[in-house]
Design a protein around this ligand. Structure first.
Ligand code: 6GU
Length: 257
């Protein structure tokens, strides 16, 4: 899969992918990242990509024609692709949207900037708009980086094992269970005994219950869509009873069935 980003600030988009897992994945050819400088597609000597708004008003507007030329230059023919504009009003990025994008051969991201983008880009040039959350960024570059990171880590081989992607928060519909590593006791804070027991069945059950408990406490909305077993539902039912009868729902390892 290949990502193309069209931006006035190419280094801002390249930088995060020079590190860690993403840098290794690109070096290994697991996905491509081409960042295009919008200025190279300006029509004039001064490489102007924005202009005053028709009708007057504050700020500058990104011009349609450099964006159209940049996309024409970057788009591959005959592949499954999407051209997306970053915009706070776009479709909200979530794990399901990321999985859709991960099926494509090419994703092109146009970074919105300044006060706005010529409406014809939205209406006629891109396939859709994407937002990374309900807040306003100064530009689309950080959003583009987030989108690429979230999608790229779903591609085969980018993250170590299939299991580490499948088991994490949101992929299984729940928040993650807690993790601990050495030392066993830090400053009087001990690791839950069950994790040292060597009893893998008991450990798996405890982890599932802690994931359920955290989700129930911090993101109960996720429980609506999470795939739950009968045993999960009994456990959650017991948490509801405890809450309704005035018990605190503190984290512990004392609630295994
Ligand atoms: Cl994609 N762009 C901007 N400018 N702000 C945002 C956003 C995108 N997503 C959330 N806020």
């Amino acid at each position: 899969m290949r990502f193309d980003v069209i931006t006035l600030f190419p280094d801002m988009v390249r930088a995060p992918f020079r590190y860690s897992l993403m840098a290794r994945a690109i070096d290994a050819g697991l996905f491509g990242l081409q960042v295009h400088d919008l200025r190279q597609f300006a029509a004039d000597r001064h490489r102007v990509c924005d202009d005053y708004p028709f009708g007057g008003g504050e700020g500058m507007v990104l011009k349609v024609d450099p964006i159209a030329r940049a996309i024409a230059a970057a788009a591959q023919r005959g592949v499954r692709k999407q051209v997306l504009l970053t915009s706070p009003g776009g479709r909200r990025l979530d794990q399901a949207f990321a999985r859709e994008l991960a099926q494509l051969d090419q994703v092109l991201i146009v970074c919105g900037h300044y006060e706005g983008v010529d409406e014809r880009v939205r209406q006629h040039i891109v396939d859709g708009e994407v937002s990374i959350g309900d807040y306003v960024l100064t530009g689309g570059e950080l959003a583009a980086c987030v989108i690429i990171d979230v999608v790229a880590r779903l591609l085969p081989g980018v993250v170590g094992s299939r299991a580490s992607v499948d088991n994490e928060s949101f992929e299984n519909g729940l928040l993650d269970h807690p993790q601990y590593t050495r030392p066993r006791v830090f400053d009087g804070l001990a690791v839950p005994e069950v994790l040292l027991s060597g009893d893998h069945g008991r450990i798996a059950r405890w982890r599932r219950q802690e994931a359920l408990r955290r989700t129930w406490r911090d993101r109960p909305d996720l429980l609506e869509n999470a795939p739950l077993s009968e045993e999960d539902r009994r456990f959650l039912g017991a948490l509801d009873v405890r809450r309704d009868s005035g018990f605190e729902a503190g984290s512990s390892d004392e609630h295994e069935s």
